[in-house]
Design a binder for this molecule. Structure first.
Ligand code: PMV
Length: 328
């Protein structure tokens, strides 16, 4: 228990098979399995210092003091680390993304991934990767996946969780498995979307298609995993698009819409590109941006076409990357 300060870096990830919906009960367990790709080039860097002089945990996110929900979730994670490590002191947390928050990339995945790794390391814990992934999952299920690089799976949680069961993400294939590019087509600057936790809650309570999603998502994820492991890139992409559309259809039926006009134009362009023979498939998360999955050989042509879609403001390129790491 000697360390007191640690810095960790984690990348965001994009789900190919989507997680949408939580198990009823404690522990923040996903109701469906998910499969993602961790992205290189973009990162959250987080430093945690346990300091006896502090009266409360203090958080600075992207240069601003964090309060409310963001701070409460981080404090809960720190409390778990204190309980497991025996360390009593409060912590100073400084965290910054090197990608714009409005870029359409979930900063909660890289944020809680980096925080979980920095906090356990600073607390002097000798926690294995699965423990850290489980810890991150309790704050944000997608964050469990950012601990690992390449293509990563997170199983669904127990049907009736007690809350203390362990559920960590598992790496399936290294970043080099597919030579692909994710083109993040940013459609709206700073639009405040319904937070994923709220969107999931409303979908579960009000969507007539939530049950259909719960039945379909595991099948899509299993088929996607099969295609991925078989090296079938186009089938993997096609199933990813299906997963995103099924997730959004279930949300939409509850009035939870992440679509803007430009979102639909971008989706239409992806379909048009396919009709012309390009290999390009779309996915979307809890926001209006469209992420286009392409083999590297298609990236330039598809990015050029997407940039011309009315309402697409700019395009960010990402490739598969490594898992979270402690900075020296
Ligand atoms: O883990 P959260 O609360 O950030 O939710 C993630 C939800 C989606 O991004 C829409 C899907 C996913 O699996 O990442």
């Amino acid at each position: 228990m000697s360390a007191r300060i640690a810095t960790a870096l984690a990348h965001p990830n994009i789900a190919l098979a989507k997680y949408w919906g939580k198990r009823p009960g404690p522990g923040n367990f996903p109701a469906v399995p998910s499969l993602s790709v961790t992205l290189a080039g973009l990162a959250t860097r987080t430093t945690v210092v346990f300091d006896d002089a502090l009266e409360n945990d203090a958080l600075v996110l992207n240069g601003e003091v964090a309060e409310g929900e963001a701070s409460a979730r981080a404090v809960q994670l720190l409390d778990r680390v204190r309980a497991a490590s025996g360390r009593k002191s409060k912590a100073r947390v400084t965290s910054a993304n090197d990608f714009p928050t409005a870029s359409g990339l979930a900063s909660s995945a890289s944020g809680f991934g980096a925080l979980a790794l920095a906090a356990t390391t600073a607390a002097g814990m000798d926690a294995d990767a699965a423990w850290v992934s489980d810890l991150a999952r309790r704050s944000s299920a997608s964050a469990a996946r950012s601990l690992f690089g390449g293509f990563v799976e997170l199983a669904a949680g127990p049907v009736h969780p007690r809350g203390d069961e362990v559920l960590a993400a598992v790496p399936l294939a290294p970043p080099s498995h597919f030579d692909i590019v994710v083109l993040v087509c940013v459609t709206t600057e700073g639009a405040k979307a319904t937070a994923s936790t709220d969107g999931m809650k409303i979908t579960a309570a009000e969507s007539p298609y939530y049950a259909a999603w719960l039945a379909e998502a595991p099948r899509l994820c299993a088929h996607l995993k099969e295609a991925l492991l078989a090296g079938d890139l186009e089938r993997t992409f096609a199933l990813a698009e299906r997963s995103a559309l099924a997730m959004h259809a279930s949300a939409l039926a509850a009035g939870v819409s992440y679509f803007r006009g430009a979102t639909l134009e971008a989706l239409r362009e992806v379909h048009a590109l396919r009709a012309k023979g390009h290999v390009a498939y779309a996915t979307m998360d809890a926001g209006p941006h469209v992420k286009v999955l392409v083999p590297r050989s298609e990236a330039d042509a598809v990015a050029k076409a997407m940039a011309e879609v009315p309402g697409v403001l700019r395009i960010l390129r990402a490739v598969p990357g490594e898992g979270a790491r402690v900075e020296p």
